[in-house]
Ligand binder design. Structure first.
Ligand SMILES: [Zn+2]
Length: 313
């Protein structure tokens, strides 16, 4: 019984060698000469080059004949479907449109601040299974204000940067809760006059401003466009003085118009209680009330972070 069990255990272990490291159940004190021979043969088989090459091909295509000969329930998690006609689904909405993704997908051709050539290759694959690594592990290099992202007060007020007002300190309550998506008049930057005309009621804490940037699909264009729409300084000041808005979202890489960028950001950042989310994807969203959920990475010391934002109807 002891020999049979050891033989069966070793066979299972070897069948599963692609998924799990070779495991020996601690029954070896029971083995006899016969099992020693069998064990030697099996180990030799498991470490031979031909065996390892066949194992890599079987794991990427169909089961090998040895696996067919020794079917095991333990192989199931490691099986790979036939990938010939398989492609992943990439979604903009989930659950029949109930959840809307308002984050842009990171890709090399997305716009990047002041760049004519877009973001460029930001991912590399230093550990690759095709080159013998046991897993694929990517590395990314990214300006923290790339794509859909959040700004912390340290972004444009150096004293706040030094004092530690980074993205890790941002209030998740401000970043998550009822939000208004509003359409901004298409013929102007967001000035005090425009803000006034929007009639945003007191008590509204989170507003996502959809502008001409969405109509012009600027976030889908590789080349950075300085003519994007954003707040002017007086618009930011009006918002601070006359509304309860603490989350300001916009549909290009900066909430502030290019001509007035630093001064406008500093108005928003001064009291450290307004959070700016930039580069939102609002093309398939209707104006109205939603629940917004935005979560930045907890990057200690960083004044910006990529952020995933969704709206829930
Ligand atoms: Zn930013």
């Amino acid at each position: 019984m002891g020999e049979d069990l050891i033989t069966y255990t070793l066979t299972l272990s070897l069948i599963n060698r692609h998924c799990c490291s070779l495991t020996f159940i601690p029954m070896l004190p029971m083995y006899s000469i016969t099992t020693t021979i069998l064990l030697t043969i099996l180990i030799a088989y498991s470490i031979s080059p031909s065996s390892s090459s066949s194992s890599s091909s079987s794991s990427s295509s169909s089961s090998s004949s040895s696996d067919d000969a020794y079917p095991s329930p333990y192989t199931t998690p490691c099986d790979v479907d036939d990938v010939t006609n398989l492609s992943p689904i990439r979604r903009e909405v989930y659950n029949d449109g109930h959840i809307i993704d308002i984050s842009h997908r990171f890709h090399p051709d997305m716009p990047s601040w002041l760049s004519n050539d877009g973001l460029g290759q930001f991912l590399k694959l230093p550990a690759s299974m095709k080159n013998g690594s046991r897993s694929n592990v990517s590395e990314m290099k990214l300006v923290t204000h790339t794509g859909t992202h959040v700004d912390a007060p340290g972004h444009m007020i150096d004293e706040y940067f030094d004092a530690g007002f980074d993205v890790d300190t941002l209030d998740l309550h401000v970043l998550n809760g009822p939000a208004l998506v509003v359409d901004v008049p298409r013929d102007s930057n967001i000035t005090a006059e425009v803000m006034k005309s929007l009639n945003i009621p007191k008590g509204v804490m989170r507003v996502l401003f959809r502008t001409l940037n969405t109509d012009k699909r600027l976030m889908w264009q590789k080349q950075f466009d300085t003519s994007y729409v954003g707040f002017l300084k007086d618009g930011a000041q009006w918002l601070k003085d006359n509304t309860d808005i603490k989350l300001v979202g916009i549909d290009y890489l900066s909430v502030a118009a290019f001509v007035d960028s630093v001064a406008t950001h500093r108005v928003f950042f001064k009291s450290r209680d307004i959070i700016l989310v930039e580069g939102l994807k609002l093309d398939i969203v209707e104006a109205g009330i939603y629940n917004v959920h935005c979560l930045p990475l907890r990057l200690l010391g960083a004044e910006g972070s990529p952020i995933r934002c969704i709206l829930i109807k």
